[in-house]
Write a protein that binds this ligand. Structure first.
Ligand code: C2E
Ligand code: MG
Ligand code: MG
Ligand code: MG
Length: 281
């Protein structure tokens, strides 16, 4: 009897497992096709200066326009792209597309601000990543307007390698930000020794900051610490005027969030830049 129960359990386990494997394979197949069929889109979200209210940068955020699934957010496909290594190809597409968009904005007579690119661990760990960026700079001067966002876990995975590559990127004139700061479990002593320009405070702290004392304290501490380290601070996910007021009081440098604009397609950023739209402070 026991043997039979075990056999049933084994069979069940096998079936759920294989259906998960099948789902994943199906998704991987769809993503490979998405690369071939050019189904990815690049959206942009403005970063606003809290002293002047003007747009001083933007972040490039990928979307997948799938014929079956509609517009898919990165949360649903970036992990699989990373797992399969496809992120290298897609990451290169993101870099190229950002440059094409910068060129187009310039052609329209705009003076585009810097564009931040999110980097995955696999991208930074590539042996020739810095040379690749250097080559992009030689081929298109617009690449000088890029900067990079990396999470704590990405840079901490290999501190010596990160130190060397981030230093080289900064030497090329490209600024570096730590993304989602405060959510990693990395040691401050590592972060403090990295060549950086900016800390981006994770949205989870910003969202609760106006109601929760602990979160307000975390935000205020990160801002003070960043300034002591001579770094710029950006608050992510600002979506209320209360948060905005508090961030200004705490002397945060920049904000990004739905309060000013959601991530939008490249053409829409164009009109924001054209109109010189400002955040009301
Ligand atoms: P992230 O780099 O931390 O990007 C910020 C995320 O917060 C974006 O989500 C943005 O839409 C969202 N956000 C900004 N302001 C608000 C707000 O006021 N309210 C709310 N509810 N959300 C807000 P998104 O576009 O879904 O991107 C999620 C993550 O996917 C990014 O987090 C980044 O880690 C990753 N990602 C996006 N594009 C790329 C890419 O090209 N390459 C790589 N490797 N990762 C990417
Ligand atoms: Mg980011
Ligand atoms: Mg972030
Ligand atoms: Mg985030």
């Amino acid at each position: 009897k026991l043997a039979k129960q075990q056999a049933v359990r084994y069979l069940f386990f096998n079936q759920t497992m294989s259906s998960q494997v099948a789902q994943k394979l199906d998704m991987e197949h769809k993503l490979r096709r998405a690369i071939e069929q050019a189904e990815f889109r690049l959206y942009y979200q403005p970063k606003v200066c809290l002293q002047t209210g003007t747009i001083i940068g933007m972040e490039a955020l990928i979307r997948w326009q799938s014929p079956e699934l509609g517009l898919v957010a990165p949360f649903h496909f970036i992990p699989l792209l990373e797992e399969t290594g496809l992120i290298l190809e897609v990451g290169n597409w993101v870099l190229q597309q950002a440059i094409l968009d910068l060129q187009e904005w310039k052609r329209q007579g705009l003076v585009p601000p810097r564009v931040a690119i999110n980097l995955s661990a696999l991208q930074l760990r590539q042996q020739h990543f810095v040379q690749h960026i250097e080559q992009m700079l030689q081929e298109s001067p617009e690449a000088a307007l890029l900067d990079f966002e990396l999470t704590e876990s990405v840079v901490i995975a290999d501190v010596a390698d990160s130190q060397r590559k981030l230093g080289a990127l900064r030497a090329l004139g490209l600024p570096i930000a730590i993304d989602d700061f405060g959510t990693g479990y990395s040691s401050l002593s590592y972060i403090a020794r990295l060549p950086l320009d900016t800390l981006k405070i994770d949205r989870s702290f910003v969202v609760k900051m106006t109601e929760n004392h602990a979160d307000r304290m975390i935000v205020s501490t990160i801002i003070t610490m960043a300034h002591n380290m001579n770094l710029n601070v950006v608050a992510e996910g600002v979506d209320s005027t209360e948060q905005l007021a508090l961030l200004r009081e705490l002397k945060c440098n920049q904000m990004q969030g739905y309060l000013f604009s959601k991530p939008v397609p490249a053409q829409d950023i164009c009109s924001l830049l054209q109109q010189g739209t400002r955040l009301e402070l």
